[in-house]
Design a protein around this ligand. Structure first.
Ligand SMILES: [Zn+2]
Length: 460
């Protein structure tokens, strides 16, 4: 018979919390009988998902016929059916023929004043259960994030940069635009006092339309952030800015190098410094992708995540034709060729890649955008589906915090799970074939929300 101690000793980088070990040891004292697959824990109060193929979000090989036992808001046991017998008590979900992945982590989002609940409902519906808000929290958004964290508003787990930095005349509107280094430091101190989770800055000319934040100001922001233990996320476009920001201590970048091909020296630096990129390829591509593929607009989940004014524009054939012919689209395509090559190169070099969809940027649908980023990383940048799922799993989670309890399916982790009806390793687009979503041990009531009110948006 199998050992009753099927909660294994801590291994890897996610130790099993002492509380769970204590439960396992206590249960191990109970009466036993010898039989194959004898339940090893009292399943009372648990939810067991049995029979799915588990893709655990670490990039490791899938486990077929897996058993995942959830107690309260945590994963209590995980393994193949041979290692982790199905408890007799509790709720058991027969997931044979299905595929289980961790709740998706999306490191790059923007939420709009008044549209927060709508955005979060879309993300929960799509299995996006951990998000970072990157620098555009205005109006009621900070208060709504507090409400979400208090459990009063349904939402993913949220980390936020509050309001981000740019040049005083830079993009986006509503950013912090310090004129001096001291002013920049004071603003970082204020953000730290507001208990933001990270600092965001935009370092880009936005196709030569805006001035870039000055290098000395960037360095002051990064230095002050480090003093407060706050990581920095930098939106970049140009290779030379990445070098300067790395000198200033920045390690995490959204988008990527889009102005030229990087050389071996850059690759070596990225490896040595442990850089990490969330490329937002889907966001870059959507400028022409929808115009070229209007059938995407037949997808209810895509439409539901767009603000009505934008949807109307996209539905207009003349508008779509104009998008395809515009000079800015031509320039974006050139930048896209560079950035997809860049991401491919980073991936081959083992540099960390994460999913950050830029959802809430003008053209990206919440929820759908995260799945589209997964698809684009695979289709256009050569990641394997397993790598892409790790980019929205453990890789993204470890970017948020040194000791994440989300982003992978393992003992002691948060019970954030997405059950799929089709194999995402066979076709990454199958991450959209969602059977059900569990957040913190609770199956969610899924559904596409109605758009609440008109609003504008334009951040990238
Ligand atoms: Zn953005």
């Amino acid at each position: 018979m199998k050992s009753l101690l099927s909660v294994r000793p801590p291994s890897g980088r996610h130790p099993v919390p002492t509380r769970l070990l204590a439960i396992a040891f206590a249960l191990a004292g109970g009466p036993i009988t010898c039989a194959p697959s004898e339940p090893t824990i009292d399943g009372t109060g648990t939810i067991t998902i049995a029979g799915a193929t588990l893709i655990d979000g670490t990039g490791g090989p899938p486990i077929e016929d897996a058993v995942v036992i959830v107690r309260d808001d945590r994963i209590e046991q995980v393994g193949s059916r041979g290692d982790v017998p199905v408890p007799e008590a509790g709720e058991v979900i027969d997931a044979a023929g299905k595929f289980l992945i961790p709740g998706l982590v999306d490191l790059h989002n923007h939420y709009r004043d008044g549209l927060e609940e709508w955005s979060w409902a879309l993300q929960l519906h799509a299995g996006v259960l951990t998000v970072r808000s990157l620098g555009s929290d205005h109006g009621q958004t900070p208060a709504m994030i507090d409400e979400a964290r208090a459990g009063n508003v349904p939402a993913p787990r949220i980390f936020t940069a509050g309001v981000g930095f740019s040049h005083p005349e830079g993009f986006p509107p509503g950013k912090l635009g310090p004129a001096t280094e001291e002013e920049a430091r004071e603003m970082v101190r204020e953000l730290a006092a507001q208990k933001v989770d990270l600092i965001k800055m935009w370092v880009d000319t936005f196709l030569d339309t805006r001035p870039k934040i000055e290098p000395e100001i960037r360095a002051a922001i990064a230095d002050e952030a480090a003093k407060h233990g706050l990581p920095v996320a930098a939106h970049v476009f140009f290779e030379n800015d990445v070098w300067q920001l790395v000198d200033a201590g920045v390690r995490f970048f959204v988008h990527g190098v889009r102005d030229q091909d990087v050389g071996d020296e850059f690759v070596a630096m990225a490896q040595e410094k442990g850089l990490s990129f969330a490329p937002a390829l889907g966001q870059a591509k959507t400028f022409w992708w929808v115009a070229e593929h209007p059938e995407l607009l037949d997808d209810e989940e895509f439409r539901a995540g767009l603000q009505p004014a934008l949807l109307e524009q996209l539905l207009d054939p003349e508008n779509r034709a104009a998008m395809l012919e515009s000079e800015s689209t031509a320039r974006r395509r050139v930048a896209y060729d560079y950035v997809t090559k860049f991401v491919r190169r980073m991936n081959e070099a083992g540099v960390a890649l994460t999913v950050g969809s830029d959802s809430g940027a003008g053209n990206i649908a919440y929820g759908w955008g995260t799945h589209h980023e997964l698809e684009t990383l695979v289709e256009d940048a050569g990641l394997t589906p397993l790598e892409a799922l790790a980019a929205a799993g453990a890789a993204a989670a470890s970017e948020v915090t040194d000791d994440p309890d989300f982003g992978s399916v393992a003992e002691g982790m948060a019970a954030d799970l997405v059950l799929l009806t089709a194999d995402p390793l066979a076709d990454i687009r199958n991450t959209r074939q969602i059977d059900r979503v569990m957040q913190a041990g609770v199956w969610l009531e899924r559904g596409l929300p109605e758009f609440p009110q008109p609003a504008a948006s334009d951040d990238q």
